[in-house]
Structures are given as structure tokens and as C-alpha cells.
Design a protein around this ligand. Structure first.
Ligand SMILES: Nc1nc2c(c(=O)[nH]1)N[C@H]1C(S)=C(S)[C@@H](COP(=O)(O)O)O[C@H]1N2
Ligand SMILES: [Mo]
Length: 451
């Protein structure tokens, strides 16, 4: 392991076994040997045929006498509702179970809380705004945008105060990025088997954000290019949320954003203004943003000197480890779900890296002994979620499902024991270990740790 990895606790290990041992020699420079490919295709079609004949899957085809086919439903014979019945669209009444939820394992301290996104029920990569996870240290507010002010001061020639109107006249950008709380998967440092992916990984969301690049604003105020080394971002809620961002990062891709997924930010997510710090843990994405100060050293605020630090095995704390390392998780099938019968399943999940794009995701169904490449869906964007899919025919025997992501830097998502070797067991933040879901012969899935 090189020094860089020691410092960041990133585990470097070769993805040597990503193919079945008996498949590895079938790979030629042109890809999979054609005979082998047609064999695989045949087994896939055979499995699908079994599904269609009703012998192997939940969706049994029994059309004869089905009243849902024979009788015209009411919606085919009556007038539908007018647009005005739902001027701001909400989901179908049949989807009301898909909600943000507070973890049963965490106690709420007055208003300070976190609600987790229901990853198990989401498709693609964009989190619907109403299901975007929310974390606030002192409750959320719905701030009057006409009264909101944003200030830039510190090492700048012209300190300025902007209204929302001032900001929204400036050149803007729209970019898709994930946001993950540094404490996502925190319970997995112990052996606390949190019951579902909503609670193990649900402090993760992905949206399109629109706003003005911070670099444009810093130029507008004439920041000190020699002495300005860091910026401090400050929120306007009662939590006194303040975080240091190095100037190179601030000038690179940080956005002072007012919009999310095509509309103004939701109040819980920082309306009317928040910082977007791509690749960096959620706490730096300061909501209800009111001030940026340019300084010459890190500010060591409470949220970076006392909180959001990692207790290492030698008893020392690691500070300013803000980047969210490469990580992935299978969102379905996942713990809490039940497979109704053997047969074909689409294993699906999400992969992301705070250091850039996702290069590859492998899936294992035997607890990490063998790995096969998953299909990566588009788009292929840096510091953004990437959806992966994997065809699987379950034979009904117990299995352990895992995914392992590799980012464009070549970094490979570690196993939990590899991470513990470097980081110990007393951390809260930055757990990016491979997640294991145990599938029992009964079809029930649960959260386990395998080594
Ligand atoms: N002003 C302010 N900004 C804040 C917070 C806060 O409590 N106050 N919480 C932070 C934390 S810890 C996280 S993980 C993200 C969560 O962003 P979200 O609620 O939009 O998901 O906001 C960050 N920004
Ligand atoms: Mo957070």
C-alpha cells in the first residue's frame, strides 16, 4: 500500500478474480468466446422461457378467465380527472409507501434529525426531490427569498452582498452530482445489522443542481489570489454550520445553487441557496447559505475540529477527510425484500466516487469468491451516481449478493475487514465498504457482514 492510501485509508487491491475461474480462459482479445456466448444466451433464454411458462417466477402467466382482462375497467369507460385536481403533481396513491424515513436505530435530538431516501424503490440515478434524503443539525426552515442575503468577505478587494435576484442574473450552470452524508453506512462500522438499504445507504441522493459557479463570484469580489487559500461557507440556520473548503476545490466545480431537478431547491434541502461541493461529504454542502469568507488557513470550526473526524486505531483523529471514496451498493434485491420464487432476477444498484467517474462494477452472488462485470447504464458523469444492472437466475440455494465498484483512478472499493485494518472500528464517518446481502433459501434477504 502506498502512502497516499495509508493516509486516506483507501484500500488498493487488485480486482484479480472478477470473472469465474472457468470463464477467465474463455476471454479472447475480441471478448467472450462466441461458443461460450451462445451457451450463455441459451441458458438465459431457457430461464426466461421457464418464467413465461409460469414455472419459475412471481409473474405467473395465467390469462384464462382473468377478470382484469375480460372486464373493461372503470377508467376505460369514464371521464378522467381534470388537470386542476393535481396542479402540483404527486405520486400515485398506490405508491404512498415509498417515503423518506427516520432510522429506527437513531434517536432524534429535538428537531435535529435525518431522514433516509428509500433507495430500494428508486430507478435510474435521479432522486425525486420529495424523496431526497435530508439532514439538518437544528431543523429546517422555509426562508423568504426576498429577504435572503448572501455575502462574500474576507481576503477580497470588494466585499459584496447579493440578493437572490442579483445571483440569479449571473451566468449559471446545471450539473448532476451525488450528495452523500459522511456518516452514511456509519452503523456498519460495528456489526449492527441495520435492516434495509434505506438505512444502511439512504443518506445518499443524486440531483441536477443549477446555480452560479463559486469561481464567478470569487472573481466578482476580487479574491486575493496570493493569500486566499481556503474559503469558509456559513449557513443561516441556528446550527452555526460552517465548513472550510480549499480554494482549488472552490474554484474547480463548486456551485452556489438555487435549483434542484428543474425547480427551486426544496426548503429541507436549503431553499433558497445552498453550496454544492461535488465529491465531498454532505456536511460541506452548506444549506441556507449566507456567507463565504476567503482566508489564508483552514478555519477548524466545530464541524471539522470536533465533528466529522475519524478516530484511527492509534487513538489519533484524522481531520479534513472530506472526499467520499468510491462505493457501491445493490439496491434490489436487498435486505428486507423477499424473492418469491427462483428464476430470473435483475440485480440492480448504484455506484459512485468523489474522485471522478465509475470505471467498472462487479457483482458477486457467492460472498466475494467470484465476480462478474455488471452492465453500467448511462450517463457516465464524474461525481455522479451510476446505475448498474446484472442478469441473474436464482437456483433457490442460499447466496450472498455483493457489488464492488472501481473508479477512474483505479481505486477498488474495499471489503469491510480491509477497511477495518486501516481505520479500526471506532470511526463514524467514511465507511465505503462492500455491502453484503444474505439471501436465504426461503427467499428472505438480510444484512450481513462477510470477510
Ligand atoms: N446550514 C446547514 N447546512 C447543512 C446542514 C445543516 O444542518 N445546516 N447539514 C449538513 C449535512 S450533515 C448534510 S449530510 C447535508 C444534507 O443535505 P440534504 O439535507 O440536502 O440531503 O447538508 C449539510 N448542510
Ligand atoms: Mo451529514
Amino acid at each position: 500500500m502506498d502512502d497516499r492510501n495509508k493516509k486516506t485509508g483507501r484500500i488498493q487491491s487488485a480486482p484479480e478474480n472478477f470473472l469465474d475461474a472457468d470463464l477467465a480462459h474463455e476471454i479472447t482479445t475480441k471478448g467472450l468466446n462466441p461458443e461460450r456466448r451462445s451457451f450463455m444466451l441459451k441458458s438465459f433464454l431457457a430461464a426466461s422461457a421457464a418464467i413465461a411458462s409460469g414455472s419459475a417466477f412471481a409473474g405467473k402467466a395465467k390469462s384464462a378467465g382473468d377478470p382484469n382482462i375480460l372486464n373493461l375497467p372503470e377508467h376505460s369507460t369514464t371521464l378522467g380527472k381534470p388537470v386542476t385536481a393535481n396542479p402540483y403533481g404527486v405520486p400515485s396513491k398506490y405508491e404512498t409507501n415509498l417515503l423518506r424515513r427516520e432510522s429506527p436505530g437513531l434517536t432524534r435530538v429535538s428537531a435535529a434529525s435525518v431522514s433516509f431516501a428509500p433507495l430500494q424503490g428508486l430507478f435510474g440515478i435521479i432522486t425525486p426531490s420529495g424523496l431526497h434524503f435530508e439532514r439538518h443539525h437544528q431543523g429546517w426552515h422555509d426562508i423568504d427569498p426576498s429577504k435572503h442575503r448572501f455575502m462574500i468577505n474576507g481576503l477580497v478587494k470588494n466585499p459584496k452582498v447579493y440578493t437572490m435576484d442579483d445571483l440569479m442574473r449571473l451566468p449559471s450552470v446545471s450539473r448532476m452530482h451525488f450528495i452523500e452524508c459522511g456518516a452514511n453506512s456509519a452503523m456498519e462500522w460495528g456489526n449492527n445489522a441495520v435492516p434495509t438499504v434505506q438505512y444502511t445507504h439512504g443518506m445518499l441522493s443524486c440531483s441536477e443542481f443549477t446555480g452560479v459557479p463559486l469561481s464567478v463570484l470569487l472573481d466578482d469580489c476580487g479574491y486575493d489570489k496570493k493569500k486566499g487559500k481556503f474559503v469558509l461557507a456559513e449557513g443561516s440556520d441556528g446550527s452555526g454550520m460552517t465548513r472550510t473548503v480549499p480554494i482549488d476545490q472552490a474554484l474547480d466545480d463548486v456551485i452556489v445553487a438555487w435549483a434542484m431537478n428543474g425547480e427551486m431547491l426544496r426548503p429541507e434541502n436549503g431553499y433558497p441557496l445552498r453550496l454544492v461541493v461535488p465529491g465531498v461529504q454532505g456536511v460541506s454542502w452548506v444549506k441556507w447559505l449566507r456567507r463565504i469568507e476567503v482566508g489564508d488557513k483552514p478555519y477548524a470550526t466545530k464541524d471539522e475540529a470536533v465533528h466529522y473526524i475519524d478516530l484511527m486505531p492509534d487513538g489519533q483523529y484524522r481531520q479534513y477527510t472530506s472526499i467520499q471514496e468510491c462505493k457501491s451498493v445493490i439496491t434490489s434485491p436487498s435486505a428486507g425484500q423477499v424473492l418469491l420464487d427462483k428464476g430470473f432476477y435483475n440485480i440492480t444498484g448504484l455506484a459512485w466516487s468523489g474522485r471522478g467517474k465509475i470505471k467498472r462494477v462487479d457483482v458477486s452472488v457467492d460472498g466475494g469468491k467470484n465476480w462478474k462485470k455488471a452492465r453500467l447504464e448511462s450517463p457516465d458523469l464524474p461525481k455522479c451516481l451510476r446505475r448498474f444492472n446484472f442478469d441473474w437466475v436464482w437456483d433457490g440455494s442460499p447466496a450472498i449478493l455483493q457489488s464492488r465498484a472501481i473508479d477512474e483512478t483505479g481505486y477498488v472499493q474495499p471489503k469491510i475487514n480491509e477497511l477495518r485494518e486501516v481505520r479500526g472500528t471506532r470511526s463514524i464517518y467514511h465507511n465505503n465498504a462492500i455491502q453484503s446481502w444474505k439471501l436465504a433459501a426461503s427467499g428472505e434477504l438480510s444484512n450481513v457482514q462477510t470477510y
